[in-house]
Design a protein around this ligand. Sequence first.
Ligand code: HEC
Length: 224
Amino acid sequence: MSKFPKALIVLLSAGVALPAFAADGGKLGLGRPATQEEVSAWDIDVRPDGTGLPEGHGTVAEGEVLFTDNCAFCHGDFGEGIGRWPVLAGGQGTLTHERPEKTVGSYWPYLSTVYDYVRRAMPFGNARSMTGDEVYALTTYILYLNDIVTDEDFELSKENFTDIYLPNEANFISDSRYDEPFNTEKHQPCMTDCKAEPAKITMCARILDVTPSSVEDDGAGTVD
Ligand code: HEC
């Protein structure tokens, strides 16, 4: 049974041209340019400097109700995580422990990631179902669960969003590798005949014993 819809097969076999659109420059006659609305529906990223935040606001108290109804059965009433669902609160001071508890409060660098992530991906299984205001309220409530805001009347909005700093931000550093001499001084990376010396084979994998020669070879395959 072909996976092609029958109507399409009929069209193709009859040599009927499908409508030509401009998205692929007309080469294949497929697609059409995305509309402005379609682009904005996908273009929802929020940056640490607040770029991309929608207008809106939400309080801790509003977030608590939303969280209880939509999030707590996986993440727990206090963000403690039910079963193996992720923990959202606590863990401060554990990053140097053997088993650090990485949460929004203990690990995440920017609040914008919380807004972006919740709006884009949560509730798990029903993503993109919360309004902009609801996501503000949920983000505020996650701050409250992490003791980053303590007043139940606190309202987070587009206006005060970038005033909030997460405790671990300073431990993240910018990636400066492109500014380092290794990169800046190497104007033209070598692309041909770059090998100064021919490579020397020093040992074969078989002799190194990385590949077991047969199943009976007890212990073969281990490299100590
Ligand atoms: C059905 C269970 C479920 C529900 C309900 C749910 N989540 Fe999640 N949540 C998850 C899972 C699973 C992940 C991890 C997803 C991954 O890593 O890909 C997650 C991750 C998160 C994270 C990131 C945690 C981290 O440190 O990586 C946040 C924040 C979050 N959820 C918030 C929410 C909020 C707010 C709601 C309610 C609107 C919600 N979740 C509802 C299952 C759920």
